[in-house]
Ligand binder design. Structure first.
Ligand SMILES: CC(C)(COP(=O)(O)OP(=O)(O)OC[C@H]1O[C@@H](n2cnc3c(N)ncnc32)[C@H](O)[C@@H]1OP(=O)(O)O)[C@@H](O)C(=O)NCCC(=O)NCCS
Length: 206
């Protein structure tokens, strides 16, 4: 199967494993090369660039970023599939680009604590917003991060003007930890033990 072969190559970092996670309304799948063109199209939207503090990239640059994320042992990225948009059944090894609606990732970037993770979520497809997918994707990702990486605390950095995202994280139990007047950005944190994480998780290997 083509996708499975790709996972064994640069798409699948064996140290991280090629996991997928099936939720009630979402499926989290590895970020594969097949996902990059649509991801790149999303990231042409100025509102999404601002909400995610990202810069516009060329398609080639997006492929480079994909490769670096895939190889980075400190980063774990999933593409969020909207189950309602999957054509037919979910098939392990199929990137299901028709159903991709966003991404969720963690970055274990604290040099003093490898079990501290920054989390980011994006539901890029407007038609898939407001259906609970963002919330489920975050809770699923955090449960996965606790189980596979032993993460004990999560952090999110969110622009002061991003009321939807701030409301989402605060609703889940994140507390404001600090504010950067320079970046106009709120840092929120939550211990994993205080979060309503999804359990048990349906995890499979690609
Ligand atoms: C923020 C975002 C992830 C929300 O995803 P979503 O799937 O639409 O959100 P959900 O349907 O799961 O909503 C869950 C909660 O989030 C909050 N929320 C979501 N959209 C909201 C909106 N437009 N206004 C206010 N609150 C909102 C609410 O608290 C909601 O719970 P409720 O329905 O019980 O009130 C999505 O809008 C997005 O990707 N925006 C652009 C990228 C971004 O801002 N990423 C965050 C950077 S960390």
């Amino acid at each position: 199967m083509e996708a499975a072969v790709a996972v064994d190559g640069e798409d699948g970092d064996s140290r991280k494993g090629s996991w997928y996670v099936v939720g009630e309304r979402v499926v989290l799948v590895p970020y594969l090369r097949e996902h990059v063109p649509r991801y790149h199209k999303w990231m042409q939207d100025p509102a999404l660039l601002e909400a995610t503090a990202s810069e516009p990239l060329s398609l080639d640059q997006e492929f480079d970023v994909h490769r670096s994320w895939t190889l980075d042992p400190l980063k774990h990225t999933f593409i969020v599939l909207d189950k309602e948009l999957i054509e037919g059944e979910f098939v392990v090894g199929n990137p299901h680009t028709e159903a991709m609606v966003g991404d969720v990732n963690i970055y274990m970037n604290d040099p003093d604590d490898s079990q501290f993770a920054e989390i980011e979520i994006m539901i890029a497809e407007h038609k898939s917003r407001g259906k609970g997918l963002g919330q489920e994707a975050i809770l699923t990702m955090m449960a996965f991060a606790v189980e596979k990486y032993g993460i004990h605390t999560f952090r999110a950095k969110i622009s002061k003007s991003n009321t939807a995202s701030l409301k989402l994280f605060r609703k889940l139990g994140f507390k404001d930890a600090s504010y950067s007047a320079v970046f106009k950005e709120v840092t929120l944190e939550a211990p994993a033990a205080a979060l309503p994480l999804i359990s048990p998780l349906t995890i499979g290997s690609w």
